[in-house]
Design a protein around this ligand. Structure first.
Ligand SMILES: Cc1cc2nc3c(=O)[nH]c(=O)nc-3n(C[C@H](O)[C@H](O)[C@H](O)COP(=O)(O)O)c2cc1C
Length: 209
């Protein structure tokens, strides 16, 4: 009986603990290198995805962002909406995102870093939504002066691998340099982690910065 009670207590404890974690989600994380001049800013949605049997616990772009962090010791900033009105169901989210795009919306960002002065290199990670970046990425890149920065865009996609985000980002930010996009299929990031890691490693080795 004692053992059963102990088990219930532990399971309940884990449940409460994970609930707290969600609420107090850390969105601007110090990387492993305290002197880093590299920031990884990304947007990603875990949950229902087209072509997936199950809901994802961590978004595809988030997985790639973490792989990059592992290689750089960079700080990570998860771009999170101030008001998260994105529906959970894929079809509903697709409609919602389409409307945001048609309206050229600029959804507000929660806890946006005040300035990016500390960083020379900024990786910007995005999923492809309706053949473009989600509108919240526009909010982010329009919020800062990137003229003395190098931007390295990366994206995950479902089926359109020929989208070019780097040209858009170059035009908007007038950054000192914008590298070509690194792109990887969301399914590969999510389900074939070792293949994804190899692709990230290969890309990383080819980067000069
Ligand atoms: C609203 C929405 C629209 C999407 N539109 C496209 C698209 O136009 N082209 C494409 O290749 N993938 C599209 N996808 C698939 C995502 O790009 C892909 O699943 C991506 O890896 C999701 O990244 P995340 O898990 O980091 O959010 C779309 C996904 C969503 C949710």
């Amino acid at each position: 009986m004692k053992n059963i009670l102990l088990c219930i207590f532990i399971i309940f404890g884990i449940f409460i603990f994970s609930g707290c974690n969600n609420k107090e989600k850390i969105i601007f994380t110090q990387g492993s290198d305290p002197d880093t001049k590299i920031l990884i800013a990304y947007f990603s949605r875990a949950g229902e995805q087209r072509g997936f049997q199950r809901k994802t616990k961590i978004g595809n772009t988030a997985i790639i962002a973490n792989m990059i962090a592992g290689k750089t010791g960079a700080d990570i900033f998860e771009i999170t909406p101030l008001e998260d009105n994105y529906p959970e169901k894929f079809e509903k989210l697709s409609e919602y995102a389409k409307k945001e795009k048609e309206e050229n919306a600029r959804p507000e960002i929660l806890n946006k870093p005040e300035n990016l002065d500390k960083y020379d290199i900024i990786f910007i990670g995005s999923p492809i939504w309706h053949e473009d970046m989600p509108m919240i990425l526009y909010t982010f890149i329009e919020s800062y002066d990137f003229t003395d920065k190098t931007i390295i865009p990366f994206y995950t996609y479902g089926w359109n691998e020929y989208i070019c985000l780097s040209d858009k980002i170059r035009n908007i930010t007038q950054a000192k340099e914008v590298k070509e996009d690194f792109k990887i299929k969301g399914l590969t990031a999510q389900l074939r982690t070792s293949i994804a890691q190899k692709k990230v490693d290969k890309w990383f080795d080819s980067l000069e910065f």
